[in-house]
Structures are given as C-alpha cells and as structure tokens.
Design a protein around this ligand. Structure first.
Ligand code: G1P
Length: 290
C-alpha cells in the first residue's frame, strides 16, 4: 500500500541528437503529432491518470515547452473576439490539465540525474515518471501510468511498464527479469540497463513509464555512473529493489518514441488515421504513394 500518486516528473532535457538538425533549436518534445506537440500527449496521459502536479526537467533550447503550457491571454482574447469557440476551449483545457513546474538540468548526466533534480519538488510521496518524447497508448480504458499507479497504491514499492522486444533489441533498453505473479504482473528480481542479448534476464523492456517510491532518491545519490558514463535510473532501481518491491506490468498498447525519425513519421500516420477530419483524405493520398 502507498499514498495516492499525485505528482509526475517528465524528463525533457535531452538534446535529441537522434533527431538533428530539427532538434537543434526545436525541442524534440515539441515536435507535432498531427496538431499537438508530443509532450502534450504525455501531460494528457498524466492528467487522465489522476496526476495534478507535474515537474518538467528542461535545459537550454527547451523554453517553447514552458510557453506551450503557459496561459496566452492575448491569444485567448483574440479567439474570443473572433468567436473561435472550439480553439478557445482547447487552449483553456490545455492550461487546466495540471499545475506544471520546471527545473533546469544544468548538464547532461543521464536519466537518473534528471530524476534527481526532482528530489525537493517530489518530497516523500510516490511519483510517476513519463519520458517526454514518448507517447504510450493503452488498449484498455486506463492509461498505462494509471495502471502502474494502481499497482503501487495496492502493493507499495515501485512499478514499471514493460513491453516484449525481440532479443536483438534488448541492448537498447532497461531489461527486467522476475516471476510472473499474476497475468502480466511480474515481481522483479533483476533489472539491467541495456544488456548484451546473452546477458539479458528476459526480453521485457522498460517502456517510458514508471511509478517510483520516493526512496529512489537515496539510491540515486549513492549510485555511480553506469552505461555511457551516465547516472542510470535503472541502476538505482536495481539497488532499491533489494529493499522494496519492484513490479513490472506488461501492458497492451503501443509506444511511439518520437525521438527517432521513423517512429515520429509512423506516429503521425497512426494518429492522423484516427482523426475524422483528416483520415479519409490521408488514406486516399497514401494509396497514390504506395
Ligand atoms: C531510457 C532508459 C531505459 C528505457 C528507455 C525506454 O533509455 O534508460 O532503461 O528502457 O529509456 O523507456 P534511453 O532511450 O533514454 O537511452
């Protein structure tokens, strides 16, 4: 059992080197998927999961993220004057999703270092982590972050979202090993960042969503730099796992990692083909291309 999960941290400080040149001056988290930036989908998932307070970890060139979630009074007045009711409602809904705060990560030290910047803001309660460049959809009516919060609120400890990946791709992810204690729910006993396929405890990859116990901060403070010389969240979680339960939840849904070009294009097609105002014309156009 744990306290309710009300806070979330969204790491969005990474330089997006996989998506140059656009990511030089445009944050990868602000790239559009149809007509919304990626990070809006992420904040919407957090809000739909019961999160009311969000801390976004930013760095140089990430200011457009702040502007996106900040009220734009002149724009609202203009839309009101022109009676553009739908757009006005969209803007107001965006600002009411959650209280959004920011902290700067001074230099790139890895995902673990980014999370450590949230220590004071989070305090002593469980919190969600949603990677700001990845949209995660669920086929159930509950967002994946809500499903993880349910696990932690019921069992305590921490929980991560898992997806199966082919063996040749395990070296790109945090990989979790353990015992399946209920369908899709794994009690972890191993957690390794980007292992070689022959060293991987399974093919269950951590997939951009976490709900963490606040004790993670003590372990992050003690953890030495790992893979790539960076402070790895996975290593601190492996250390925490010796004291508190870590569950993995294999979810039904999809992960769109917008930080890479092909997945960005696929995500745009995926979401555009679900839009009533665009789908038909887009489908017809795609037929002419392929
Ligand atoms: C990070 C984590 C990794 C996780 C991945 C996808 O890696 O370190 O454990 O599996 O995100 O959620 P990155 O993609 O930043 O290299």
């Amino acid at each position: 059992m744990s306290a309710p999960v009300r806070k979330a941290v969204i790491p969005a400080a990474g330089h997006g080197t996989r998506f140059l040149p656009i990511s030089k001056a445009v944050p990868k988290e602000m790239l559009p998927v149809v007509d919304k930036p990626v990070i809006q989908y992420v904040v919407e998932e957090a809000a739909a999961s019961g999160i009311t307070d969000i801390l976004i970890v930013i760095s140089r060139s990430k200011r457009p993220i702040e502007e996106h979630f900040h009220p734009a009074f002149e724009l609202e007045a203009e839309l009101e004057a022109k009676n553009r009711v739908a757009e006005l409602e969209d803007l107001r809904r965006l600002q009411s999703l959650a209280r959004v705060h920011y902290v700067w990560q001074a230099k790139m030290g890895g995902l673990g270092d980014a999370i450590l910047h949230a220590r004071e803001h989070v305090g002593d309660e469980p919190f969600a982590v949603l990677l700001g460049d990845t949209i995660v959809t669920s086929t159930s009516d509950k967002p994946v972050t809500r499903q993880l919060a349910d696990v932690v609120e019921a069992h305590g400890g921490s929980a991560v979202a898992l997806q199966q990946v082919p063996p040749e791709k395990v070296s790109r992810y945090g990989i979790l090993g353990g015992q399946e204690i209920a369908p899709g729910l794994i009690r972890a006993d191993q957690f390794v960042e980007k292992p070689r396929p022959e060293d991987a405890p399974s093919n269950l990859a951590v997939s951009a969503r976490y709900v963490l116990s606040p004790r993670i901060f003590e372990h992050l403070l003690r953890t030495r730099p790992g893979k790539g010389g960076e402070l790895q969240l996975t290593d601190a979680m492996a250390s925490l796992m010796k004291e508190e339960t870590l569950h993995g939840l294999r979810y039904d849904g999809a992960r769109h990692d917008i930080g890479n070009k092909l997945d960005f294009l696929k995500a745009n097609l995926h979401f555009a083909l679900q839009r009533e105002d665009i789908a038909e014309a887009l489908r017809a156009h795609l037929h002419t291309l392929v």
